[in-house]
Design a binder for this molecule. Structure first.
Ligand SMILES: C[N+](C)(C)CCCC[C@H](N)C(=O)O
Ligand SMILES: O=C(O)CCC(=O)C(=O)O
Length: 486
């Protein structure tokens, strides 16, 4: 646990160059961690996720570009009480003194490489045009000036090359040290972090739901739909006409459908049309799909069109992040084992294919962010697609199976399981990297349709819509080259 050392904001005085802060300065931040709060008989915990919006179009609109002047020149009178960050340079880095008293340091080469003027960064394709490798490794700035619109750096080329880095972009991309969002020089930070809401069986009282007619006609409604999926890991869509055509049209409001060996849009029943138990009337325990693909699908969509002359076939949803948080609390050693032991997987029911996830050595059931190793980012689990566990160390066999039993207990507890009877007209969209699904056995003729959407394909849509709509819902016309999302 660390906490910010906060100093009273100072009016920046540009007349005196500032020495970058001494190394080892006491930087600390109280970072949000997971929170457990209860709602009725189920515990819900939330934890922060990162979301970001384009912000520098705001900066460009708010400020005209001040006349360039040398860092030693008499400072211009501040345009208002909004103070500017301090800036200074030494032989290898530029130091930025933020209004909250903290400092960031950026290497000269890093700054030059990240120039996004129209010559260095294509204004339409958002691709780097600059030849990074033509830059002299030891380049350094001629002048460094704090301007209302951002940090202005003039490079000693002929003619001089001028780069202007918006303050919010620098703050967001500060790597020495990494920083927390804050308002700077009139520029607002990216929107507050949207918490993921972990849920148990209590979600039955108020499951996330959107209306078909809204999402079919309004992109802002699609944004709200995808935000709910991002927040809860699933979302119902009510009022969907019970046809394959309307279901497919609904799905493509998010993005194109991902084709697999099962086809694109699927309309399936218990006829073993494919060599998989989904095409039977057997019960399916909680699992995520495509565990045998190197890249499991991002979303899975189900619409139960009909079920005649039979019973059963209820749908099971389990929040894998919630179940993992319980496992971590009750059996931390099991959580650690499932986070590191590699599980090889296969789909071998169709003679024409043999699918095995890469690397062939396997993937962990609980996958974490490589930078923030406490952040669970994916649950990849289908016990019936698990191949021979050929990579276990002999000493791991017993503890690993114990860990798997503990995991199964968390998944199958009455506190975790959300059973729902789907009906024609209600679609469910599931984040296949977080929420597990299953079904009870059934009899009779049952017809289910739906599709997969790729992880990058639904996330790309969500990020695009987040960038297009401000938090107040108004439309932002164009994506800035300074969007903090990339
Ligand atoms: C019918 N539908 C195409 C949705 C699924 C096909 C089989 C899913 C497989 N058991 C898995 O775990 O991925
Ligand atoms: O038939 C169902 O309700 C779900 C089948 C299933 O789990 C799947 O297709 O992945």
């Amino acid at each position: 646990m660390v906490s910010f050392v906060y100093r009273q904001p100072r009016i920046a005085n540009h007349s005196q160059p500032f020495d970058p802060p001494l190394p080892g300065r006491n930087f600390n931040a109280t970072l949000p961690t997971s929170r457990l709060f209860t709602q009725g008989n189920s515990k819900i915990s939330g934890y922060g996720t990162q979301s970001s919006l384009s912000i520098c179009t705001t900066a460009n609109r708010l400020y005209s570009t001040a006349a360039a002047h040398d860092v030693q020149a008499t400072p211009e009178p501040l345009k208002s009480s909004i103070e500017l960050p301090e800036s200074n340079a030494d032989e290898s880095r530029v130091a930025i003194g933020w209004p909250d008293g903290t400092w960031s340091r950026f290497h000269h080469f890093w700054l030059r490489d990240h120039c996004r003027c129209p010559h260095c960064f294509h204004p339409v394709t958002k691709q780097r045009m600059l030849d990074t490798f033509a830059l002299p490794p030891s380049l350094y700035p001629k002048t460094v000036v704090s301007k209302p619109e951002g940090l202005e750096v003039t490079w000693p080329t002929s003619p001089p090359h001028v780069s202007v880095y918006p303050w919010q972009w620098l703050r967001h991309n500060s790597y020495d040290p990494r920083t927390e969002p804050m308002s700077i020089a009139g520029q607002s930070p990216p929107p507050p972090i949207q918490e993921k809401i972990l849920w148990g069986s209590g979600i039955v009282r108020d499951p996330p739901t959107v209306a078909y007619e809204d999402v079919m006609s309004d992109d802002l409604a699609v944004l709200k739909w995808l935000e709910k999926i991002d927040q809860f890991g699933f979302c119902f869509v009510s009022g969907v006409p019970a046809t394959t055509e309307n279901t497919e049209k609904l799905i493509t409001r998010i993005n194109f459908i991902r084709h697999t060996q099962y086809g694109g849009f699927w309309d399936f029943t218990s006829d073993l049309a494919h060599g998989d138990t989904a095409y039977t009337n057997l019960a399916l325990p909680a699992h995520t799909d495509n565990s045998y693909f190197t890249d499991p699908c991002g979303l899975q969509v189900f619409h139960l069109l009909s079920h005649e002359r039979g019973t059963g076939g209820q749908t099971l949803l389990v929040d894998g992040f919630y179940a993992a948080s319980i496992l971590k609390e009750l059996h931390p050693e099991s959580y650690d084992l499932l986070s590191k032991i590699l599980v090889p997987t296969h789909s071998a029911g169709d003679e024409d294919y043999l699918y095995r996830a890469r690397p062939l050595s396997g993937n962990p059931i609980l996958q974490h962010d490589p930078l923030n190793k406490d952040l669970l980012v994916q649950v990849r689990y289908a016990n019936d697609h698990r191949s021979a566990m050929r990579n276990l160390h002999p000493s791991e066999v017993i503890p690993w199976y114990e860990a798997l039993r503990n995991w199964n207990r968390c998944l199958t507890s009455s506190d975790s399981e959300f059973w729902v009877q789907l009906n024609a007209g209600t679609v469910v969209v599931v984040d296949n990297h977080r929420v597990l699904h299953g079904r009870s056995a059934f009899s009779g003729k049952r017809r289910m349709c739906g599709a997969y959407i790729g992880l990058d394909d639904w996330r790309a849509k969500l990020d695009a819509l987040r960038g297009r709509f401000s938090s107040a819902g108004s439309q932002i016309k164009e994506r800035s080259v300074w969007d903090v999302a990339f």
